[in-house]
Design a binder for this molecule. Sequence first.
Ligand code: PXP
Length: 392
Amino acid sequence: MPVLITSQTATPPSSISLQQLRQRAERLLSLCGREQSELSILLVDDPGMAQLNEQYRNKAGPTNVLAFAMQEGGGDYLPPELLGDVIISLDTAGREATTDRVTLHQRVTILLIHGLLHLLGFDHERSHGEARAMAEREKQLLNQLLLAERRGKMVTLAINVDHVATLRQARGIAEPDPVLAAGICELAGARGIVVHLREDRRHIQDRDVRLLRQTVKTKLNLEMGAAEEIIDIALEIKPDMITLVPEKRKELTTEGGLNVAGQKKRLQEVIGRMGKGGIPVSLFIDPDPRQINAAHEIGATFVEIHTGRYCDAATEQMRDQEFRLIATAAEEAYELGLRVNAGHGLNYLNTRRVAALGTIEELSIGHAVMARAILVGLDQAVREMLALLPAG
Ligand code: PXP
């Protein structure tokens, strides 16, 4: 095992994903041409770090990162594959992350790169020239790492066919049929079909979901509120995943993200029940770090980031501001090991920017595609949207 991670913090580090950290460490070793090397990472809190700092460096108080090479201090008889230990204080890293306005994961990654470079012989304390070279290499490795992680990530398109049912319900007859529309979307290249079975059944009906379960060949994502009646239907029909959304009787469409932080217990219970039925859960949330951390804590598999405020922004400046919130939230969720989807309000003008983020796996789009489909046909409307997504 080339990377060994040990956590000695008082409470387990819930805000970082150890799996993601291990993957990053392995990738860093490979970027440094040291795939065969063994690296140990120790995560500590400030009191633990202060103790080590005192013991090995005669310095009082904690620091952010320490690195001890195996070959140092008489260990030069050991095999060169044994690189040594990088010790990171999560408390200090957390404070630095806030100051630098980056995620904890990103700060820990930067500290890991710093420690790793020490183990590979870089030392910024020896001279200005060495300090510059080390800082350059740190920057280069971080860029290479993030690029390697995101390269080749394909963004898929899931089409929400609710509005086909809206048109049908307007006449109270059998057409147009969302089940047929879903098939056309799949043939055009959509990789998922989304329907929202609302408690008021204003568009999608139980019959639609049952038939779609049999006909959808890609992935059926059932959007729903956390109401008992709908939960029972989901557990019986077993969609490929569900997306939990807040649901209000009088809303025109889903209005905001779920307040996950405010109902952790209830949502955790629903996630648990779905988990027993083998159904992964996505939580539809605003781009808010509090909601992302709560979604991670209660064991959601996905989050779907609400893009509505970005799409509806009245000015370019407000749009940029909302976009930055989405980018940061997606990054945070991704770094916690959550799978990240996004949707609501996306159209042919504002989708490309969100799809290019590199952290988002799937976009859920309904209204814009259906509106265009009325004029150009559903097959073409789906293909035009697909053309805006980065290919893998
Ligand atoms: N995602 C969620 C959670 C939604 O509620 C909706 C709307 O039903 C969408 C995505 C799709 O939004 P739009 O129809 O604006 O593309």
